[in-house]
Design a binder for this molecule. Structure first.
Ligand code: PMV
Length: 309
């Protein structure tokens, strides 16, 4: 018997980085998923795409999630955990959070433990803290709950209702980077300019609340303006770079209403919204210029798990 879980990735629509410091962020689950299969095994271990994971930095966050669950629910952790992923790593789409969420969810399913999004999040955060140092929890919340969320640390996430399906354009800059390093960079800015940073954090929070209203109402033009504004603020605190700025400008020149970096920045991906008739041609235009781009139709469900023989 094995348990399988599939967890969605995510795009932060507004509020990344500032969410670590208490602001609201708006984020959506994306249809690219991480899949985890878990089974009891006399030869326990972790594999990624069929190959054993030996690098301790990659292994230890997942192992931490499994060990914490084994301790809390008193079960043996002699498990074989196999991970496959449609989510590029280091691309700002929350691949590590999706992996932790899928691991926690599959282990719970295998052991017959009924576990809600809150507890999946609690265990997943143990792994995420090893990866990112100081995660806000937004990635984990979105991957476990799915949909579109307004998230702020320490507060129950608010689901944002959409009046219909919407599309987000996602494009990967091709440059992978460490979220941890980017978070530390922003903490440096906060130390240097504490009161200025506090003002920016409050503004980012307002930006996310406004963005949620626009998205909910289906006003993608208004949402796009807010997203472009948010990109400029993120550039001000040093988390964009010339490559991302060029990718944002290119997406706008192809007809998007608005575009911004998504996630930790410094590389990774951008997210954009566009008029319905232009979304596909923008994605094609980005691909023609060598970028890995796709259209993500939201809302998307959260993690799901099941048993298989
Ligand atoms: O780049 P990602 O997918 O790891 O997103 C990180 C988002 C941050 O706001 C920078 C950090 C966080 O935990 O909220």
């Amino acid at each position: 018997m094995k348990a399988i879980a599939e967890a969605p990735s995510k795009a932060i629509i507004t509020g990344e980085h500032f969410v670590v410091h208490g602001a609201w962020a708006l984020a959506a689950a994306l249809p690219r998923r991480v899949r985890v299969e878990v089974a009891d095994s006399a030869h326990p271990g972790f594999t990624f795409d069929g190959a054993p994971i030996s690098d301790k930095r990659r292994l230890s966050p997942m192992a931490k999630v499994v060990e914490a669950m084994a301790k809390e629910y008193s079960f043996g952790s002699s498990l074989n955990v196999s991970v496959t992923s449609e989510v590029p790593q280091g691309a700002g789409l929350g691949s590590s959070a999706s992996t932790m969420v899928a691991v926690a969810s599959a282990v719970a399913r295998l052991r017959g433990i009924s576990i809600g999004a809150h507890d999946i999040g609690r265990f997943s955060m143990l792994g995420e803290k090893e990866v990112h140092g100081r995660p806000s929890g937004v990635d984990v919340a979105v991957s476990s709950m799915g949909g579109v969320l307004l998230f702020r640390p320490g507060v129950r996430p608010r689901k944002v209702r959409l009046t219909g399906a919407r599309s987000l354009i996602i494009a990967f800059s091709g440059r992978r980077r460490s979220t941890k390093r980017q978070i530390n960079r922003v903490s440096g800015v906060k130390e240097l300019f504490p009161s200025l940073f506090e003002g920016l954090t409050e503004a980012a929070s307002d930006v996310s609340l406004m963005a949620a209203e626009r998205l909910s109402a289906g006003d993608l033009k208004g949402l796009g303006k807010i997203m472009s504004f948010n990109h400029a603020v993120l550039a001000t605190i040093g988390v964009s770079n010339p490559g991302l700025d060029r990718l944002v400008d290119l997406t706008l020149s192809l007809g998007a209403y608005g575009a911004k970096l998504t996630g930790a920045g410094g590389g990774g991906s951008i997210v954009a919204v566009a008029p319905g008739g232009k979304e596909k041609s923008i994605v094609s235009g980005l691909r023609e210029r060598g970028f890995e781009a796709f259209l993500a139709v939201i809302p998307v469900g959260g993690v799901r798990s099941w048993l298989e023989k």
